[in-house]
Structures are given as C-alpha cells and as structure tokens.
Design a binder for this molecule. Structure first.
Ligand SMILES: Cc1cc2nc3c(=O)[nH]c(=O)nc-3n(C[C@H](O)[C@H](O)[C@H](O)COP(=O)(O)OP(=O)(O)OC[C@H]3O[C@@H](n4cnc5c(N)ncnc54)[C@H](O)[C@@H]3O)c2cc1C
Length: 401
C-alpha cells in the first residue's frame, strides 16, 4: 500500500499529509480540496488561539491532544518560522456566582497537568488592567498563531516531500473496494489504497459517500466576531476569557489579541441552517432540510431552547452582544466594535440530541474518517495527524511503503 488520498485542505488534512510523508517517505500522497485555497473554512476562520487543554475532561482525546498539541504546534512554528506568541491567558470570574465553576476549572487544569495559577483581583489587574473580575486563572501555556500560516507551511512541506495538493477538486463520489478506493471529483478520478476523510463541515457526508452510516450529523454553529477599534486596543493585553458554561462545548465570548494586531471580540455560537454560512441570512435548502428532518436537532433544540434563542437574539442585536462583552470589560462601548468575518464550527450531533464532546475518528475498511474535530483541533492538529497515521497502521496491517 502506498497511495493515500486525503480529503480536506484544512489543518487536520494537511497535518495527516505531513505525518504520512514523515513516516512513509516513499508514499504517494494526494490531497483533494474543493476550494481554490487551503484553509478556507474552519482553519482560516477561527480565533487563532493555541489552547492549553485546561477545559477538557482529563483522559479525553481533547485534553491529551491539546496539551501535547500546544507543545508540538509551538515547536513546529519555531522550526518553520511561523509567527506565534505564547502570551498566556486569563479566565475570569466576574461575580461570586461564577466562583465554584472557576474553582472547578482550576482543579481541572491541575488534573490535566497544566502550570495554572489562581489570581486575586489585584494580580489580575496587573495582567489585564481593564478587566472587571474578582478572581481568575492564569494559563501561561496558551498562545496565539494564525492557523492559515501554519496550514500554508504544512502544504509547502507536503509538496517539497513529493506530495500532491489538488485545489478546486470537490469529491463527489467514493467507491471503497477490498483493495482500495476510487474517488471521483468534479473534474477527474483518483485511485488510492487508503482514504483519509478530513472534510470538517462535510465529514459526515464524505463518510456516508464511502458507505459508513454513523450515528451523528455535523451541525453548524456560526461564531460571529467584532473587531475592537484600534484606539481601544489598549483595553486588552492578551487573551481574556469568561468562565464557560460547563454544559456547552463553547468557551463564551472572549477577547483575543490576534497575530495580525487586531483584537477580536467573540465568537458567539449561533445554531445555523447552512454548513458553510458566513453571513447571518445565508440559507441552503439541502442543508436546511437535512437539519430539520434529523431527530437529534429537535431533541437538542428542546433541551437547550432558552440558550439557543438567546444566542440567535444576541446575534441580531449588537447592543446585547456589547452588554455581554461589558461583563468582562465595562469600558467597551457599542461604537468601539466593528463587525468582523464569522467562522462556522463543525460540531457532531447525535440522534439523541447530545453533542459529541470529544474528537471522534472511525476506521473503515480502507479508510479513516475524522468525524468530529471541533476546537481545539487546530491546536491539536499535529497530534491528530499522528493518531490518524496510527489508525491507518491498524486499518492496513500490511502498510509497506
Ligand atoms: C469560530 C471558530 C473559532 C475557533 N477557534 C479555535 C481556536 O482558537 N483554537 C483552536 O485550536 N481551534 C479553534 N477552532 C476550531 C478549529 O478551527 C477546527 O477544529 C479546525 O480548523 C478543524 O480543521 P479541519 O481541517 O478538520 O477542518 P476545516 O478547516 O474545515 O477543513 C476541512 C476542509 O475540507 C474541505 N472539503 C469539504 N468537503 C470536501 C469535498 N467534498 N471535497 C474536497 N474538499 C472538501 C473543505 O473545503 C475544507 O477546506 C475554532 C473554530 C471556529 C469555527
């Protein structure tokens, strides 16, 4: 076996390509991406944070891969001259009511083996003078990077090592046979020994094309941002996060200093009716129909009706968004914020209405499918790549390249 076809030119697919070529230098790698550029979806439209791993259940893939991934991402950036900054972050409680969850998060950080410290109000003010908080956690291993830069570098390395990247190739059908896979795109046909599905927002559809019915569907959650106006950048030194709602996989609207010098405020998490919907009102009949006929959508909706509606209303009201942001930095005013481009998260939703919390990868006959790789998958991408290559070894015990 020496021909691998990777679907998806986001950071996960690119990391798989790089890792495969490191392990099997003679392998033939073909990466197919439907857009005209790499990193056009989640990877190129995110917060750019190198997460430390504080939030995730100890022992989960997310916890392990974020911790190891933040280290490997930093090493990759150092080795390849990708600009990044391990600036650290604070997670802050703004009221007494948030203290138990802050304390639980601190304990989780320690359980995950992270060098976190609790900060009192005065210590917090030294790090972030404009923040309104009574207590916080300092996470020194968190940082920032532009994941598009990381992806372009990964792409460069793949091509240097003899791999092929084909842009504008949308995979339309897949036939998996006993001895390999045949993949048809909008333009041509590719033959391989093994397929790796890293299609993000389309990963469940690609798995289905290859003949795998999984008890989950990708549900899109749009994350909307505002930029802080330049004359207000002094309000934020690095990264300021609220205490998250432990019932949801999202971190709450936060302030992020970006590598390009901007300060982003967001993202929220608005349930969407289109998978690649970067505007509030974009709509796609196929996506919409698929969502409303999926029992998991209604079950999730009924269980989280109040939170879902609040997100939708806040999405249409800048006033409410600003009110939320003011909980962390009271000095922010409505005209300090300028609308910025949104991102869309690919979050797997099960038929019973529960969100799949951890990364989720399945092995097929001659294929591996990354079915759930939400945040912190950009941070963890290099570790996910290694895990997938291990899975390929399990799928094809006779890898011989
Ligand atoms: C708003 C937001 C904020 C986030 N913030 C962070 C953060 O700060 N830190 C962090 O670690 N993570 C963050 N994440 C998560 C992170 O961005 C994703 O987990 C990660 O980028 C997933 O990478 P991917 O390669 O799996 O998916 P993607 O980047 O979405 O790539 C999938 C690719 O597959 C291609 N594709 C799909 N279907 C086909 C087809 N039929 N044929 C060919 N190609 C196809 C798509 O065009 C796409 O390029 C955030 C995500 C969002 C949306």
């Amino acid at each position: 076996m020496n021909k691998f076809i990777i679907i998806g030119g986001g950071i996960v697919g690119l990391s798989v390509g790089k890792t495969l070529l490191e392990k099997y230098p003679n392998a033939k790698i073909t990466l197919l991406e439907k857009e005209s550029e790499l990193a056009s979806h989640q990877t190129g439209n995110n917060s750019g944070v190198i997460h430390s791993g504080i939030y995730y259940t100890p022992g989960s893939y997310k916890a392990e891969f974020a911790k190891a991934g933040s280290k490997s991402m930093r090493e990759f950036c150092l080795q390849n001259n990708v600009k990044h900054d391990i600036c650290g972050k604070v997670i802050v409680a703004t009221s007494e009511a948030e203290l138990p969850n802050l304390q639980a998060l601190y304990k989780r950080g320690l359980d995950n083996g992270l060098p976190v410290t609790l900060l009192e109000e005065a210590e917090l003010k030294e790090k972030e003078p404009h923040v309104n908080a009574i207590k916080g956690i300092h996470v020194p291993t968190a940082g920032i990077v532009d994941y598009k830069d990381v992806s372009l570098k990964l792409g460069e390395l793949i091509v240097q090592k003899g791999g092929e990247i084909h842009l504008n190739q949308e995979v339309k059908t897949i036939h998996e046979h006993d001895d390999g896979v045949v993949v048809d795109t909008n333009e041509t046909t590719f033959h391989g020994d093994c397929l790796i599905n890293c299609a993000g927002l389309q990963s469940d559809r690609i798995a289905k094309m290859a003949g795998y019915e999984i008890d989950m569907k990708i549900f899109p959650f749009r994350g909307e941002y505002f930029y802080l106006k330049e004359d207000k950048h002094h309000l934020v030194n690095n990264l300021i996060y609220p205490v998250p709602n432990p019932d949801f996989p999202f971190l709450g609207v936060h302030f992020t200093r970006m590598m390009n010098g901007n300060v982003d405020v967001g993202p929220n998490a608005v349930p969407g009716f289109k998978r690649e919907a970067y505007n509030k009102l974009s709509f796609n009949m196929k996506d919409f129909f698929e969502i409303i006929t999926y029992p998991g959508f209604w079950k999730m909706g009924m269980a989280n009706y109040k939170e879902g509606m609040e997100e939708v209303v806040r999405s249409f009201s800048k006033k409410l968004f600003v009110k939320n942001a003011q909980q962390l930095i009271p000095e922010i005013r409505e005209n300090d914020l300028i609308v910025a481009p949104a991102g869309v998260r690919a979050q797997a939703l099960k038929k019973d209405g529960s969100l799949v919390d951890d990364f989720f990868i399945i092995n097929g006959k001659n294929s591996v499918h990354v079915c759930n790789a939400p945040s912190p998958a950009a941070t963890a991408a290099l570790e996910i790549g290694k895990e997938i290559v291990e899975n390929i070894v399990k799928v094809k015990e006779n890898v011989s390249v």
